[in-house]
Write a protein that binds this ligand. Structure first.
Ligand SMILES: NC(=O)c1ccc[n+]([C@@H]2O[C@H](COP(=O)([O-])OP(=O)(O)OC[C@H]3O[C@@H](n4cnc5c(N)ncnc54)[C@H](OP(=O)(O)O)[C@@H]3O)[C@@H](O)[C@H]2O)c1
Length: 298
């Protein structure tokens, strides 16, 4: 691993910047991983459908396993406790790995077991399961050891953490959540930091066709720092004290995204203030596709 790292609550280290791979097509992700792998940190998920290609690239890179930090995620159809370990085994086989550095519960939402990723009834409604996420998390705790170094969660709210804290034996090390200047998540980031849970920002650039890339303030700060808008968005997150997983399949972008720019206090505060007077803009809310109010907004 090269570059800045953050300490997890179990003493392990996670590189500050990782390669995201959601929507990276299987045909594109191999080259993306090969380009990014020297930096050491790759973020994937069973549901992205590209673990096999990610794993092949990891293998072909020849980089020693202990120099890498690989994260994947447990999908919603595998939340029943007896399905958690088999789901891990599938991901490990896909990735051709003996162990994961980090295994995340992708969502605090359980679907009925299924071969399809989003099982639905004849009317198109998602088939939810009544397995509580605390039960799923308890099964994930059993995995920690030889095959999973560290466990964490994703898309968790403060309420979810408060509930989980009553049953957890191993505190989650990471919460991977959507964060960018139009959704800075000040309260949730503060809560996680106070509870020693490392935040990882997903969609840190604002995902595809992001208005942040055209934002006048971001462009001005980028020019001042001789940097790209993406580098400013990534570096802002790192300066806030959390890791960031920008996705790209474009080699030149991947390389430049791994360069952390040291933002001065004025630039940092200008990015913090971008949201002032504006509505927060959440890119992903499964309420509309799953009819589940994960973020308590509806
Ligand atoms: N836990 C979860 O529920 C969850 C949800 C969403 C995402 N994630 C993770 O977070 C990662 C990142 O989020 P994301 O994929 O939504 O969005 P993102 O990283 O904010 O943005 C990705 C988009 O930005 C473009 N891009 C990348 N670098 C750029 C640069 N230097 N200049 C201009 N454009 C650039 C990419 O295009 P090209 O690829 O064409 O270069 C792509 O269209 C995901 O890939 C995934 O690993 C997790």
């Amino acid at each position: 691993m090269s570059g800045q790292v953050f300490k997890l609550n179990d003493g392990r280290e996670m590189p500050a910047i990782g390669l995201g791979s959601w929507k990276s097509k299987p045909s594109e992700v191999y080259d993306a991983v090969i380009t990014a792998i020297k930096a050491g940190h790759i973020d994937t998920a069973f549901v992205y459908g590209n673990e096999k290609e990610v794993g092949q690239a990891i293998k072909d890179s020849g980089i020693p396993r202990n120099e890498l930090f690989i994260t994947t995620k447990l999908w919603n159809t595998c939340h029943r406790p007896e399905l958690v370990k088999p789901a891990l085994e599938v991901s490990l086989a896909n990735l051709q790995l003996d162990y994961l550095d980090l295994y995340l519960m992708h969502w605090p939402v359980s679907f009925q077991p299924s071969d399809v990723k989003q099982p639905r009834d004849a009317d198109g409604r998602i088939l939810l399961d009544d397995t509580d996420f605390t039960v799923t998390y308890a099964a994930m705790e059993e995995l920690v050891g030889e095959k999973v170094r560290t466990i964490g969660v994703s898309n968790f709210s403060i309420e979810n953490f408060e509930k989980l804290s009553k049953t957890q034996k191993i505190p989650p090390a990471v919460n991977q959540i959507e964060i960018h200047p139009f959704l800075p998540q000040f309260e949730l980031v503060k809560y996680c930091q106070e509870h020693n849970i490392l935040v990882t920002a997903y969609s840190p650039l604002g995902s595809s066709d992001s208005p942040l890339m055209k934002d006048a303030t971001i462009i001005e700060i980028a020019k001042k720092n001789n940097a790209t808008p993406a580098q400013i968005l990534i570096s802002w997150g790192i300066k806030r004290g959390y890791s960031v997983v920008p996705k790209s399949v474009t080699p030149s972008r991947i390389i430049s995204n791994f360069h952390n720019v040291k933002l001065d206090d004025d630039d940092f505060s200008a990015v913090n203030k971008l949201i002032e007077g504006k509505e927060q803009h959440r890119l992903g809310d499964p309420y509309y596709s799953w009819d589940v109010d994960v973020f308590g907004l509806h």
